[in-house]
Design a protein. Structure first.
Length: 412
């Protein structure tokens, strides 16, 4: 039997909003006309930004939004397969998908999307990358730098109103980031930077990431209507903010691990447990000691990466199926060798998380699924390369709250 998913504060808000729409007296006052938001999801992966956009529009008051996806672009056939399994065709405007590097000024102006969302390749900016200072020359940066160049030359009327970007912490110190910010400021955007992790919104997973919001200055609300959000207009891209308290994203200093749900609430019955057991080679003393082991009683998991299941160190937590045990989570860089690490462990209780369990910890929609022929190893890689949906949704919500709606979206 599948365990009940935890009901977070945002879920309760969603249920209340749905109930309000389905009940109450008839009102003859002018009704909101949905404001259509067209968007392009670059580096779409399995659709993390699409889920985040869908989540964000549920929390808007006073203005209703509808979403129209113009295109979702990714070089991976596997990503496209999973994306289309969940959301339909990855591209509704151009038929066959176009690689990001080959997008032309004319194509982007034809699409004329309101929103661009993206998670560019993180490899040029990770701590493991030995030539991090040379990120501009890294071939994996080429597509992102092409988009930066497009921002500089697009006709003003065809620029997106909002841009959202996610990457690893450290991206904000790269040369690519500086080109990005220079292009946005040249085209008259405000740019906001954040370091956020899922524990700040009540999800028991560590995944610190850099987030960026770019908003056209001529589409910012009047200051008197912004309330406490007005303070965000005074920040610059170099000011890395650590929370969005107005939208329920706590500052790290306000975080209490005891407020998080246990890992047990995210576990799924019906998984192929035999396929999730750790192989013998991963349990040898010289490699197994650095495993990040947690139990259902724990309230945090470490960051899952695309190398989950291939390497032990720093790729994500593994589960010890014993509700009588609780383990202490130690950051990979602070973990020290212990030759007795396995003395009290029963290896038959040690398994990997399934892709769907990982997706739950990453805040994915409850109806997200994988095609039947996508195995666990592929699921791990896809989820490890994705983003936390609920954190991204909060960043999007901030952008929406700062944005002045079109007049036609206010009343009918």
């Amino acid at each position: 039997m599948q365990r009940e998913s935890p009901t977070l504060e945002s879920d309760r808000d969603d249920m209340a909003a749905k109930k309000a729409k389905c009940s109450g007296p008839m009102d003859s006052s002018p009704q909101p006309v949905p404001m259509e938001l067209s968007y392009i999801e670059f580096y779409s992966g399995v659709g993390g930004w699409t889920m985040a956009l869908e989540k964000a529009i549920q929390h808007m008051n006073g203005v209703t939004f509808s979403l129209r996806r113009i295109a979702a672009l990714d070089h991976s056939d596997l990503c496209t397969k999973v994306f289309e399994h969940n959301f339909g065709s990855s591209s509704s405007a151009c038929g066959k998908s176009t690689s990001i590097e080959r997008l032309t000024k004319g194509q982007l102006e034809e699409w004329k999307a309101t929103i661009w969302v993206m998670s560019p390749p993180c490899q040029p900016h990770t701590r493991q990358h030995s030539n991090q200072e040379e990120d501009l020359d890294d071939p994996r940066s080429a597509s992102f730098l092409h988009l930066v160049s497009m921002i500089r030359i697009l006709e003003t009327s065809h620029l997106p109103t909002l841009l959202f970007l996610e990457n690893v912490v450290g991206f904000e110190s790269s040369k690519s980031f500086h080109r990005w910010v220079e292009a946005l400021e040249y085209r008259d955007y405000i740019v906001l930077s954040f370091h956020l992790t899922p524990t700040q919104i009540g999800l028991p997973n560590d995944r610190p990431r850099y987030f960026c919001v770019g908003l056209k200055k001529d589409r910012i609300k009047e200051e008197q209507s912004l309330g406490s959000l007005k303070s965000y207009l005074s920040f610059k891209a170099s000011d890395v903010l650590k929370g969005i308290p107005e939208l329920g994203v706590k500052f790290p200093a306000d975080f209490d691990e005891n407020d998080l749900p246990t890992i047990a609430t995210f576990l799924q019955d019906g998984t192929d447990r035999a396929a999730l057991l750790l192989p013998e080679k991963s349990l040898k003393g010289n490699v197994g000691w650095c495993l990040d082991i947690i139990s259902p009683l724990n309230r945090r998991t470490s960051c899952f990466t695309s190398a989950y299941g291939r390497y032990n160190r720093g790729t994500g937590s593994v589960l010890y199926e014993d509700e009588g045990r609780e383990f202490h989570l130690v950051d990979p860089e602070h973990r020290e060798f212990d030759e007795k690490w396995s003395d009290t462990l029963d290896f038959s209780k040690l398994r990997y998380f399934s892709g769907i369990e990982m997706a739950g910890l990453m805040g994915f929609s409850e109806d997200f699924s994988f095609p039947p022929d996508v195995g666990y190893k592929q699921q791990w890689k896809l989820i490890g390369n994705s983003l936390n949906v609920r954190v991204a949704a909060k960043v999007i919500e901030l952008g929406f709250q700062l944005m002045k709606p079109e007049q036609s979206a206010i009343t009918e």
